[in-house]
Design a protein around this ligand. Structure first.
Ligand code: ZN
Length: 851
């Protein structure tokens, strides 16, 4: 028998499910009747269950043929095998099961979450998180995405509490002192999309989109933070009904904020669950980044209601398409909602993150073969979401937006209430575009990495050549090197300016080298016009100089890519550090936030590799590059200023006050904070908090700790929480580390706090010692994904000694993070240490002028 996929000859079509959670005993009992289609005679039925005790199993059909089965659990296989004394004949059967389980604290399956009510008392609620394979922890089921069925849920709860599930309430009565809440039948859907939430919950009024009421739910006292999430919830639902050309497939849409939540959010049909920071926000007090996060996540989950919920991947290898597509749609919807946010430009930052991981030898193709569902755990990463969304955007731009949308519409119509694979989407897009899609896309989906397109002039021609980009010439010992002869079909858009006039040219690069004629009086050449391409560009010295001379004519995303690619080739050793730092000097006049974000990120990387004695000079360089822009912007927004400029101010304050160690900025930040945080621009306040932590002492630490504990919004709580990792004093950072395992921080957040300490040049040594000592405790306390995210912090341990120690530790421990996660972390660490070894002397020499 296949250890990962259940036999196909018994298929569920409907679950009548009754669950009774008890928040006092932290247990639940359940009863379910599963309607089954049996296709061959069988004396046993195998389904998924884990950490459930199945007390009773009986089966009957409409002719009154009824028999009792013997359930035997196989916990390791996460299965239950029910055997019957004689075979069951083909036909329709009803399997009745009684079971019980515990409300766990691991943030998966049916779990408990705690929060403080407005009076400060600790309260409990119950919630679910099933993707990928944890529905089996709440009720026995055929827990694979292709076993779609109808769910009729009944929750039996304390009458003081409220229950929410995927559909509307169709009946509510009190029975034996308990409230019995019955929900309408769902559409035919996968088990991983079922949800129940039980607790003291408050909701906003419903707003109708067509016939669908949309509401936001939260624990008592937080409804005042629901308006913004509600607004994008409504706007994006409307946007998607229009884009997909299909009505929303559910009968209501509830967005629920859960105080303890492992992921960002989960697209349960009609009952989307979120961590609080991804849904609840005070729009007047939040920074742009905090608002954007809510808008993005809400739009993303809503996009899934069709793409994922109505049409679902057949198996877990299809996760990438599910997530990549929702990420692509999220940007499209938020861009339509708030064009002034310029979401496709800011998406450049996400694309850059994907290019960064995909430049490793230890990267992976977007789609890969998935045997066991846990193989797909490693798919929930930047390559799935950000690379996936980037290549979809590249395809959309290549085919044309309307053609792409038509293909998506046809795909959804054709596979509604069923399952589909990547090939089905390409087929639908191919029919809409009247061209074969796999030819273009397979290279991007099934092979790892991406091309570096090199541009040079040769006679009267522009020569474009492609070669896979990697940061390291060789992989780490024991890993497979990236093949050198990979090719992609690269949709390239080139802008050629000559004699003061610019013209665009589109090409599909399919060979190692392509030549384009260029006019005689050439001014400049820009490859990747519009910035949608998922590749890097390396210009010859001559072309780069021409382009830097024509910066004013470049769009923000094009300048962003120019700096981002220059930094990447520098890290790869194809450009020198002094040349790169000279290039950054050309951007003193830059006023775009995204371009600054890549400049500042490169300075932060240099800060991690610079020798301590050279650090003050690096700080002086940061002040030199950032100072002019900040001097012009000042501390307070001007009327009519655009969104990105308001954010830029916060970024520059943080850069100057932390990386630049700028005393006047630190002093001014302290004064503004003392005058009252409420009066500071919401985009500047988080930066001020970071600066004050960086420059702060024990008194400041105690104040921030107090503010973390009494925060009025989830965002405020996060700012102060992470600030506790941003101090410089060893004893203060030691306190923060101790709190990360003492229960003072939520387990959904603690791993991220430790990660940020590993990334801090002041905390990394201490944090690494702490992680090694308390690894077992962390493994026990944190959710499954938490430790993986924590371990990412080792990238910050960028000294040769720490690197050796990291290798020794993981060699001994061999943690299982799924896929190539650990290899990727170690390669990223190697890149940083190699940069240090190669460039330290050159960096110190260049920085000498900043003495
Ligand atoms: Zn998603």
């Amino acid at each position: 028998m296949d250890p990962y996929r259940l036999p196909r000859h018994v298929r569920p079509t409907r679950y009548d499910l009754r669950l009774e959670p008890d928040l006092l005993t932290l247990t639940f009992t359940g009863e379910e009747t599963v309607t089954l289609e049996v296709e061959e005679p069988t004396a046993e039925i195998v389904l998924n269950a884990v950490e459930l005790t199945i007390a009773e199993a009986t089966i009957e059909n409409a002719r009154g043929d009824s028999r009792r089965g013997t359930p035997v659990a196989d916990e390791a296989a996460e299965r239950c095998r029910i055997t019957f004394p004689s075979p069951i004949a083909p036909g329709t059967w009803r399997l009745r099961l009684a079971f019980r389980g515990a409300l766990n604290d691991k943030l998966r399956g049916f779990y408990r979450s705690s929060y403080k009510d407005p009076s400060g008392e600790v309260r409990l609620m119950a919630a679910t998180q099933f993707e990928a394979t944890d529905a089996r922890r709440a009720f026995p089921c055929w827990d694979e995405p292709a076993f779609k069925a109808v769910f009729a849920v009944t929750l039996v709860i304390d009458p003081k509490l409220t229950a929410v599930s995927n559909t509307s309430v169709v009946g509510e009565r009190v029975e034996g002192g308990r409230k019995v809440v019955a929900f309408a039948d769902t559409i035919k859907m996968s088990t991983y999309l079922v949800a129940f939430v039980v607790g003291e919950l408050e909701a906003t009024d419903g707003v109708l989109v067509g016939r669908t009421p949309v509401r936001v739910w939260c624990v008592p006292g937080k409804r005042r933070l629901a308006a913004f999430g509600h607004e994008i919830g409504v706007a994006s639902l409307r946007f998607f009904e229009d884009y997909y050309g299909l009505p929303y497939p559910g009968d209501k849409l509830d967005l629920l904020a859960i105080p303890d939540f492992a992921a960002g959010a989960m697209e349960n049909l009609g009952a989307i669950t979120f961590r609080e920071t991804a849904l609840l926000v005070d729009a007047r007090a939040a920074s742009h980044a905090e608002l954007e996060r809510v808008a993005d996540v809400v739009a993303h989950e809503n996009a899934h209601m069709w793409f994922g919920d109505l049409v679902t991947m057949t198996w877990w290898n299809g996760i990438w398409l599910n997530e990549a597509f929702a990420t692509f749609m999220e940007i499209l919807a938020v861009d339509a909602w708030k064009p002034e946010w310029q979401r496709w430009t800011t998406f450049g930052v996400s694309r850059a993150a994907a290019l960064s991981v995909d430049g490793l030898h230890s990267t992976r193709p977007i789609e890969f073969h998935v045997e066991a569902p846990r193989d797909a755990d490693a798919m929930f990463d930047v390559l799935t979401y950000e690379k996936g969304a980037s290549v979809l955007r590249m395809l959309e731009q290549h085919l044309g937006a309307a053609v792409f949308r038509d293909g998506v519409r046809e795909y959804l119509r054709r596979h509604a209430y069923a399952n589909a694979d990547t090939g089905d989407l390409w087929a639908a897009l191919g029919r809409a575009a009247r061209q074969p899609i796999p030819e273009v896309m397979d290279g991007w989906i099934f092979q790892p990495g991406y091309p570096l397109v090199s541009a040079r002039l040769d006679g009267g021609q522009l020569v474009l050549s492609q070669q896979r980009f990697t940061y390291l010439p060789e992989p780490l010992p024991g890993s497979t090197p990236a093949p050198r002869d990979q090719l992609w079909q690269v949709p390239v858009q080139v802008r050629i300016a000559a004699s003061g006039r610019a013209a665009s040219e589109r090409r599909l690069l399919a060979t190692p080298e392509t030549r384009l004629a260029v006019p005689e009086r050439l001014d400049a050449v820009l490859v990747n016009e519009g910035g949608h391409g998922f590749y890097r560009v390396r210009y010859s010295g001559e072309l780069l100089e021409r382009l830097l001379g024509a910066l004013a004519g470049l769009a923000a995303i094009e300048r962003f890519n120019l700096v981002n690619d220059a930094w990447a080739v520098t890290v790869a050793g194809l450009m020198t550090i002094p040349d790169y730092l000279e290039l950054t000097a050309r951007f003193r006049g830059e006023r775009d936030r995204n371009v600054w974000s890549v400049l500042l990120a490169s300075f932060a990387t240099l800060n991690r590799i610079v020798e301590p004695e050279t650090r003050p000079r690096l700080a002086a360089l940061v002040r030199d590059r950032v100072g002019p822009a900040f001097a012009e912007l000042g501390w307070t927004p001007r009327p009519g200023e655009d969104e990105l400029t308001r954010q830029l101010r916060g970024d520059l304050v943080r850069a100057l006050g932390v990386l630049g160690d700028d005393r006047p900025v630190q002093t001014r930040a302290a004064a503004l904070y003392a005058e009252g945080a409420g009066d500071v621009d919401p985009n500047v306040l988080p930066a001020i908090i970071s600066v004050l932590a960086h420059a702060g002492d024990a008194a400041r630490y105690d104040d921030f700790l107090k503010r973390f504990k009494s925060a009025a919004t989830p965002q405020e709580e996060q700012r102060y929480l992470y600030a506790l990792a941003a101090f410089r004093q060893r004893e203060l950072l030691a306190q923060t580390l101790a709190r990360a395992i003492s229960g003072e921080f939520r387990t959904q957040d603690a791993p991220f706090v430790v990660r940020s300490l590993l990334m801090s040049v002041y905390g990394r040594k201490l944090a690494w010692e702490f992680v090694k000592t308390h690894w077992d405790t962390m493994e026990r306390q944190y959710p499954k994904t938490g430790l993986r995210r924590l371990a990412e912090g080792v990238i910050g341990l960028a000294t040769p000694e720490l690197e050796r120690d990291v290798h020794a530790f993981f060699q001994a421990r061999r943690p299982e993070f799924g896929g190539k996660t650990l290899e990727q972390y170690l390669e990223q660490l190697r890149i940083a240490v190699r940069l240090r070894e190669r460039e330290s002397a050159a960096l110190a020499k260049y920085l000498a002028r900043f003495g």
